[in-house]
Design a protein around this ligand. Structure first.
Ligand SMILES: Nc1nc2c(ncn2[C@@H]2O[C@H](COP(=O)(O)OP(=O)(O)O)[C@@H](O)[C@H]2O)c(=O)[nH]1
Ligand SMILES: [Mg+2]
Length: 216
């Protein structure tokens, strides 16, 4: 039974930790190279076409963007809140070194320090082997103790006969087990149910130990 999205709204943008939304809502972040299809994936998951801005010009998103959603895991369950965070794409060359360093610091601070963050979706392009920046992102997330979900998007651009092989190539390069990467296509609308199921399960899990510490 597919998860039912009850509501999906833009919350806010943030460039500094003081601006991150407060509260205990479990959060899922989406990372990937510029133009890989992050915003399209967010919109497909939210089942709202214009929620996150889809752009053919890479490197447009310069801040963290937060979205508040609620969903029913089963048709009769009470709606549960979840927050999505769309991170600026990495690997975009046409900005100054200084600006890129500032983005990197902003993203890494968030990925390391955000206490309500339950999992990170790393989005890769199914048509190509993961890039060095994809591999770096995966390694960083693992070293930060984050749960990682890899989604291979733009599957529609591959002939059906090559899709399984492409997925295995992604899994091998990122050190995942067979069947771990989620095949996705915002154009064909495939993969949203499988990805939602993974994200809902991760959102329902206990937070990292730092959050479980008793108040001082
Ligand atoms: N064929 C195809 N194109 C896609 C898919 N997802 C995104 N795109 C296109 O890729 C470009 C970048 O998409 P966007 O979601 O803005 O990427 P972002 O920069 O990672 O947020 C746009 O032209 C989208 O229409 C997909 O699943 N299949
Ligand atoms: Mg985007």
């Amino acid at each position: 039974m597919p998860i039912q999205v009850v509501s999906a709204d833009f919350d806010k943008t943030a460039t500094r930790p003081e601006e991150w939304p407060r509260g205990a809502t479990p959060e899922i972040a989406f990372v990937g190279r510029s133009n890989v299809g992050k915003s399209s994936m967010l919109n497909a998951l939210a089942r709202r076409k214009g929620l996150a801005r889809v752009s053919s010009t890479p490197g447009r998103t310069r801040a963290l963007q937060f979205f508040d959603l609620s969903y029913r895991p089963t048709p009769k369950a009470r709606p549960r809140p979840i927050r999505f965070c769309d991170l600026p794409g990495y690997g975009y060359a046409k900005v100054s070194r200084a600006e890129r360093d500032r983005w990197t610091a902003m993203i890494e601070d968030y990925l390391r320090d955000r206490d309500v963050l339950r999992a990170v979706v790393l989005i890769v392009d199914a048509r190509h082997p993961p890039s060095e920046s994809d591999e770096d992102a995966a390694a960083f997330l693992v070293s930060a103790g984050r749960r990682l979900v890899v989604a291979a998007t733009k599957m529609d651009k591959l002939p059906k006969a090559r899709r399984v092989l492409a997925l295995q190539q992604v899994e091998r390069a990122l050190g995942l087990a067979r069947g771990d990467a989620v095949p996705f296509s915002a154009v064909e609308g495939t993969g949203t149910d499988a990805l939602w199921a993974r994200l809902a399960a991760l959102a329902a899990e206990e937070a990292r130990t730092a959050e479980a510490e008793p108040p001082a």
